[in-house]
Design a binder for this molecule. Sequence first.
Ligand code: HMG
Ligand code: MG
Length: 298
Amino acid sequence: PLPHHVRLVEVGPRDGLQNERHPISVTDRVRLVNDLTEAGVSHIETGSFVSPKWVPQMADSAAVFAGIMHSPGVRYTALVPNLQGLQAAIGAGVTEVAVFAAASEGFSQRNINCSISESLQRFAPVMAAAERQDIRVRGYISCVLGCPYDGAVAPSQVASIAAELIAMGCYEVSLGDTIGVGVASATSRLIDRVAAQVPPGQLAGHFHDTYGQALSNIYAALLEGVSVFDSSVAGLGGCPYAPGASGNVASEDVLYMLQGMGIDTGVDLQRLVAAGQRICDVLGRPNGSKVARALLAH
Ligand code: HMG
Ligand code: MG
């Protein structure tokens, strides 16, 4: 049975823009977040507080948080890798953050410069400080369906990291197919295995569309009881540490599919398409959403 409601987590302003070659102005980043708010998106990953040497595109995230409209009922969240990032996020007035681990050692080293177990240890003080300040923490796991460095990833490995993140206090764990290699049957198997340790109601799907499999993976995850999905308007993005990774699945494409299935999201498709096209015009790149291209051609 399919859910009646899905929460879409818009990650374009973070996962999308972090991979742009040229810096994007704070004004354009703020405009994107505000456009998404006005389209009815209720959860927007707005920036990250990571080392600017590692990801220069996300420097100035504090200025973005200061500039955006803060619409009641909308969650504006930030990615943080460590306590330093959490403190910067708190300083910027952020009330929800996400920590990120990987399911493979190779990706963990290249993305956050430490092993998986070191990363989990590093999250412990982040979780404790967040709890003291009433900040909600989401968890991510990258490379759940394959790693660009280490190859195959065992579902049991993903399940145990997910269980650890929940035990540490994350309210939800987002499973990332960072390089988009998964297919629907692998997604079903993965979620089935992870659900033995973390209920599907605490899982989210984060699919990159590198191999064109994201929508079928989302459908497979829906059937397994997952009802939260991360996506990027206009299919922006990729990952600087995952060579060849194209963008996240386009939010417009996910929304079109969900609407067609009668699943409510609260997001307005026309406004979402307009938001995506505006940022594509700023970036001077073609729109990565098939649905947007089709609708804009009318
Ligand atoms: P490191 O070099 O090992 O860290 O990097 P360090 O603790 O030794 O610090 C080195 C320098 O970084 C110091 O500055 C620190 O102050 C600074 P220096 O003394 O050299 O001037 N630093 C920071 N600056 C700002 N904010 C911070 C911070 N922490 C340290 N929070 C570190 C380790 C984790 C910091 C680094 O590797 C890093 O920032 N990595 C982030 C990489 C990243 O953002 N990747 C993309 C996001 S993950 C993703 O996209 C996947 C996802 O979408 C899901 C999926 O698709 O799979 C979520
Ligand atoms: Mg991602």
